[in-house]
Design a protein around this ligand. Structure first.
Ligand code: AOF
Ligand code: ZN
Length: 365
C-alpha cells in the first residue's frame, strides 16, 4: 500500500481539515468517479473552505474549493490544500486539478491517497516538480475505505457496476400477469433517471427489451432528455429488433454521445453474450467507466452470481404482490452461509437524504 514517507509529519490542523474533507466527500455520488473532498486552511491552520465532488461530469473537489475561494476573495498565497485523493493530472470530463492548483498559486498540498487510474494519476509529482510542497498519506486508511469499491474496480480493470432493483416488499418485480409499471413511486423513478444520467452505459437483458421496449434515456426532473446521454446496451444472444426504442433512444439530434463512450452508432450497443464479464469488457472498450445494470431478473442474477456488482440500489415499494416474478432470478444459493451479503452504506445518497422506512413511502437501501 501507499504510506506516508517516514518522517513526514502532519499538524493537528491538517488532520482536522482532512477529516472535514473526508466528511464532505461523502456528500458526493458514487459512480464512474470516486467521491472526493477537499479543504483549504491558512498558514495558522484556520479552516477557510471545504468542498466536494458531486459526481461524474461535475467540478472536482479541488475546483469546488477554488471556486469558493475566488467567490470569497480568499488570498491563496500562503494556504494549504488538503484533498482526500491525489489531484488529477488529466483532462477527462473536466480539466486537470494539478493545473488549477498551480494557476491558483497554492504553495502546499496534502493528499490522502494516490489516484488509482493510469489516466489521471501524477498530479502529486507534477505539483512537486513545479515547486509545490506536496505530502501524502494523511488519513490514508479512511480515504481508501471511502472509495473501496471504486479502487477495486480500478484494480480489476473493468467498469464500476451499479445494479438497480425496484421491487415489492416481497421481492417481486412484476405481478402474476406481468404488469410492472409502476411498482415504485415517482420519487424513486425520478432518482432512477438521475442515476442514469451519471452512468456511462445502461445495460438491460433481452427479457426487459421484449417486455418493456425501454428507450433507456436519462431525463431530468422535467422529463427532458439530459444533454449527454449514456450508451444504451442490450445484453442478449437474441436479436434486437430494428424498431426497438433502445436503438433510437431520444429523437435524432437531441442526443450527444458522451466523449469516449460510443457504440455502434455512438449511442447503442448490442452485446450478444450471456457472460457479464465479457459484456463489461466490451463496454470498457467502448469507453464506459460506470455501467448501470437495470434488469431484468436474469441479467441481474448473472451479474450478482459472477460477483460483478459493486453497488446495489434497491428501491422497495410498500406493497405486496404475493405472486409474480422475483426481481432477481435464482442465484444458486443453497444455504445461508453462501448468501450474497451487502452492507448498508448511505454514501452516495444526496445530502440530507437517507433511507427512510415509513408507511406509504418507497424505501431505498
Ligand atoms: C480529483 N478530484 O474531485 C475527483 C478526481 O472525468 P473527470 O474529469 O471527472 O475525471 C475523472 C477522474 O478523475 C477519476 O477517474 C479519478 O481518477 C479522478 N477523480 N480527481 O483530482 C476529484 N473526483
Ligand atoms: Zn481533478
Amino acid at each position: 500500500g501507499h504510506r506516508a514517507v517516514v518522517g513526514e509529519a502532519f499538524t493537528p490542523a491538517e488532520e482536522a481539515a482532512m477529516r472535514a474533507a473526508l466528511a464532505a466527500a461523502q456528500r458526493g455520488v458514487r459512480g464512474a468517479n470516486p467521491v472526493v473532498g477537499a479543504a483549504l486552511i491558512d498558514a495558522a491552520g484556520t479552516p477557510l473552505h471545504v468542498g466536494h465532488h458531486r459526481g461524474a461530469g461535475t467540478d472536482h473537489a479541488e475546483v469546488d474549493v477554488l471556486r469558493q475561494a475566488r467567490a470569497a476573495g480568499t488570498p491563496l498565497g500562503d494556504t494549504t490544500l488538503l484533498v482526500t485523493l491525489e489531484p488529477c493530472h488529466h483532462t477527462g470530463r473536466t480539466g486537470p486539478c494539478s493545473a488549477a492548483i498551480l494557476a491558483a498559486g497554492i504553495p502546499r498540498v496534502v493528499f490522502a491517497v494516490p489516484d488509482a487510474t493510469d489516466t489521471a494519476r501524477g498530479g502529486g509529482a507534477h505539483l512537486a516538480a513545479h515547486g509545490v510542497d506536496v505530502r501524502h498519506g494523511l488519513l490514508a486508511d479512511p480515504a481508501r475505505d471511502l472509495n473501496d469499491r471504486w479502487f477495486l474496480a480500478q484494480r480489476r480493470r473493468r467498469p464500476f457496476v451499479t445494479l438497480k432493483l425496484a421491487q415489492s416488499l416481497d421481492g417481486r418485480a412484476a405481478a402474476a400477469d406481468g404488469t410492472s409499471q409502476w411498482i415504485t413511486g415517482a420519487p424513486a423513478r425520478a432518482e432512477g433517471h438521475a442515476l442514469r444520467a451519471r452512468a456511462d452505459a445502461i445495460l438491460v437483458g433481452g427479457g426487459t427489451l421484449r417486455a418493456d421496449d425501454p428507450s433507456l434515456t436519462a431525463r431530468d426532473a422535467h422529463g427532458t432528455p439530459v444533454e449527454s446521454q449514456p450508451l444504451r446496451a442490450v445484453m442478449s444472444t437474441g436479436p434486437v429488433p430494428e424498431q426497438a426504442r433502445v436503438r433510437r433512444g431520444v429523437a435524432a439530434g437531441q442526443s450527444a454521445a458522451r466523449p469516449g463512450a460510443s457504440g455502434d452508432d455512438g449511442r447503442f450497443a448490442h452485446l450478444p453474450t450471456h457472460d457479464p464479464a465479457e459484456a463489461l469488457q466490451t463496454l470498457r472498450e467502448l469507453g464506459a467507466a460506470h455501467v448501470l445494470v437495470e434488469g431484468g431478473p436474469t441479467v441481474s442474477a448473472a451479474f450478482l452470481a459472477a460477483d460483478l456488482v459493486d453497488e446495489l440500489w434497491l428501491y422497495q415499494a410498500p406493497l405486496l404482490l404475493g405472486e409474480g416474478s422475483a426481481s432477481v432470478a435464482p442465484l444458486g444459493i443453497g444455504t445461508l452461509t453462501d448468501a450474497s451479503r451487502w452492507r448498508s452504506d448511505p454514501v452516495g445518497l444526496p445530502e440530507g437524504e437517507r433511507p427512510v422506512a415509513g408507511l406509504g413511502e418507497d424505501v431505498r437501501w
